[in-house]
Ligand binder design. Structure first.
Ligand code: GLV
Ligand code: MN
Ligand code: MN
Ligand code: MN
Length: 410
């Protein structure tokens, strides 16, 4: 017999082995040999290979796959007609040279959790659906959570069809068709969504716990700053005669950093484009993308407004022009408190907010939604340094299996 509250020790080694076996199947796909990071952009060869892997895994488990016309895949275990399916999963796509776990961990864990339920003899009273969402990072077409936004109608299908990647390929071309747009028929069949994700910070390392439940996602968005000046010769143009947009751009980046610090917000310019991008030419145009996030929407709005004003003022001094275009905006997401509280109690896990966006944040506007975070020993994400131990991933699978058992009922 065991003391009250203690069961027999779970066989972690076996769970870790099962995790590693499945993980090793996808680990080489889209990995850049130089950086060790991943280049898994939506609908490109590596991401299509991951989709094939998804279909094979679903097939092996007898789970029929539905495609929604927006690039999202859904594998179902259980009767199609039964109402109130429980949805779980995440995304395959990565940022440029991203980590291995951001996205795929949620999909691999979902299949392994199905295996755990089956091994435990659980027959869910409602269907369980494993999802792979398209273009969560927005690394190819610029709009994050593209697939879930289309599915829920948060993004207009006509606008999305015309989005183009860096090579000028449109989303419609990449999809092979115009996006289908809202799918109330699918949405209406789901009772809740639980996305498991690697943690993208240090909270769980600091707390010494492998798994947490998310409470909220900070409001955030992307603003494109286009700085226009006059392209000219680097050697012959007098310093006083220049209209150099690089100067306005550089000042704006520093201003964004300062304004964010003053407000307790996060501002990042992680992407820049220079035209013509020649060492011996003053640029004609510089484009920088501002990613702004904070705990509340007023702070984000105030931050973006302050950066815009500083950029405009500086443009006046540099003889340049600046235009600002909002490319995406995600409001504050408070995850379903009842569901989150229930899962936190079930797992005896801490509850954390996050500054990272997720498909769960989009779906939260339509059905009760929760997230589980798995500890990341480096605390680093959107980088090859992102990490998770096999033991913690196995603990995540077990936590997800417990959650799905609870939510699907027996
Ligand atoms: C997506 O990972 C984001 O939060 O940018
Ligand atoms: Mn990400
Ligand atoms: Mn992610
Ligand atoms: Mn994300």
């Amino acid at each position: 017999t065991h003391p009250a509250g203690e069961g027999p020790p779970p066989n972690h080694n076996d769970n870790e082995r099962r995790f590693r076996e499945l993980w090793d199947q996808i680990a080489p796909i889209g990995r850049d040999a130089g950086s060790g990071g991943y280049l898994r952009y939506a609908f490109t060869t590596p991401e299509l290979a991951l989709r094939d892997w998804f279909r094979a895994q679903a097939d092996r488990r007898g789970m029929p796959v539905t495609v929604d016309g927006n690039g999202n895949l859904f594998a179902r275990w259980g009767e199609p007609a039964a109402p109130g399916a429980v949805l779980t999963g995440s995304h395959f796509d990565s940022v440029p040279h991203g980590g291995a776990y951001d996205g795929p961990l949620g999909i691999v864990s979902a299949f392994l959790a199905v295996d755990e339920l089956r091994a435990a003899g659980v027959t869910p009273s409602r269907p369980l659906v494993v999802a792979a969402f398209a273009e969560e990072e927005g690394a190819r077409f610029g709009v994050p959570c593209l697939g879930s936004r289309l599915l829920t109608g948060a993004l207009d299908a006509d606008r999305a069809a015309g989005l183009r990647d860096a090579d000028g390929v449109s989303l419609a071309e990449a999809l092979g068709d115009r996006p289908a747009g809202p799918r109330p028929d699918l949405l209406g069949g789901w009772s809740c969504f639980v996305e498991l994700h690697v943690e993208q910070g240090r909270a769980l390392v600091d707390q010494g716990t492998p798994v947490a439940v998310a409470s909220a996602i900070w409001p955030h968005g992307r603003w494109r700053f286009d700085f226009h000046g006059e392209g000219n010769h680097a050697g012959t143009t007098r310093m006083a005669d220049r209209r150099d947009p690089m100067l306005t751009y550089a000042f704006t980046v520093l201003a964004a950093n300062k304004e964010a610090r003053l407000r307790g917000a996060h501002a990042t310019v992680g992407r820049v484009r220079v035209e013509p991008n020649a060492t011996n030419a003053i640029p004609a145009r510089v484009t920088g993308w501002l990613d702004a996030r904070a705990a509340d929407p007023e702070t984000v709005a105030g931050l973006v407004e302050a950066v815009r004003a500083k950029a405009a003022e500086r443009a006046g001094r540099d003889g340049t022009e600046v235009t600002v275009t909002e490319e995406s905006a995600t409001p504050l997401v408070g995850f379903d408190g009842d569901l989150g509280g229930r899962l936190a109690a079930l797992l005896d896990a801490p509850v954390l907010p996050t500054g990272a966006g997720h498909d769960a944040g989009i779906l939260a506007g339509h059905l009760p939604t929760a997230m589980l975070f798995v500890r990341n020993p480096t605390g680093v994400s959107h980088s090859p340094a992102e990490a998770a131990t096999d033991a913690d991933c196995a603990a995540g699978v077990t936590a997800l299996a417990r959650v799905l058992t609870e939510l699907t009922g027996r």
